[in-house]
Design a protein around this ligand. Structure first.
Ligand code: ZN
Length: 248
């Protein structure tokens, strides 16, 4: 168990649906961006066009609403950019095309840490898009993005360079081992979630902040903090290839 005290310079948050990233690492983004100038980019994999029980609203209409809500939520947190892949909700697959799209954003934004949902749960089930986006994010970071021989067109034609992501922080994990002190950033997290108005119909803003307060207090308690967001960390080990990148 470790409390992270040195914020990274750049992070890429790979997330399946509008509102997932804010729930998973919203307060961490807010804190690092505000206090340390961390550059955060959100890669939104689907358009969330099936996230409603309202039979009056068409998927295409919902997709437009949710893209706007995502932009608003990211603005609350100070996110630098949101990239929309716009796959229809529920259709993510671990394909070469999808991996290439995530690799492209890794090479463009060159994050120190990639954030995604933990795709490897053994006790609880989660949305298929959550598993797929988590797997593809991890696969893209290791071992596609760092090798010029993977997706060479991005290097030869788009002018990008290979990039080695140092580590992944997985939210929604059953066994978190790193923690970020988010005391003072619970309101920003709540506000960013409230921006997803089409999804936030079950709770009032007061209930939302209370739920966040309880959840972050439970995580914080594990490491002696009042409030924390927690993640499972995966450190990528390039072994003998690492010198190529560490010396470049
Ligand atoms: Zn989701």
């Amino acid at each position: 168990m470790e409390v992270i005290t040195e914020p990274p310079q750049r992070i890429l948050v790979v997330t399946p649906h509008p509102d997932d990233a804010e729930g998973g690492c919203g307060a961490t983004m807010a804190k690092w961006i505000k206090e340390s100038g961390t550059e955060a980019v959100v890669l939104m994999c689907t358009n969330g066009d099936k996230g409603t029980a309202d039979r009056e609203i068409a998927p295409a209409e919902l997709a437009v609403i949710r893209e706007r809500e995502q932009r608003d939520a990211s603005r609350v947190l100070g996110v630098k950019d949101v990239v929309f892949l716009a796959y229809p909700d529920g259709t993510l697959e671990n394909t070469q095309k999808f991996r290439g799209q995530v690799v492209r954003e890794i090479r463009r934004h060159r994050p120190d840490i990639i954030f995604c949902i933990d795709p490897y749960r053994s006790i609880s089930h989660t949305h298929r898009d959550h598993r797929m986006s988590g797997q593809v994010a991890l696969d893209a970071a290791y071992s596609y993005a760092w090798s010029h021989l993977h997706f060479p067109g991005q290097i030869e034609e788009e002018g990008l360079q290979p990039h080695m992501v140092k580590e992944a922080f997985l939210w929604g994990s059953e066994s978190p081992d790193v923690f970020v002190d988010v005391d003072g950033y619970l309101e920003m997290k709540a506000d960013s979630l409230s921006a997803h108005a089409s999804q936030m119909t079950r709770r009032t803003p007061e209930e939302r902040i209370e739920r966040i307060r309880t959840g972050t207090a439970n995580q914080g308690e594990k490491v002696g903090l009042a409030h924390a967001e927690s993640f499972r960390r995966i450190e990528f080990d390039l072994g003998s290839m690492a010198w190529l990148f560490l010396n470049s």
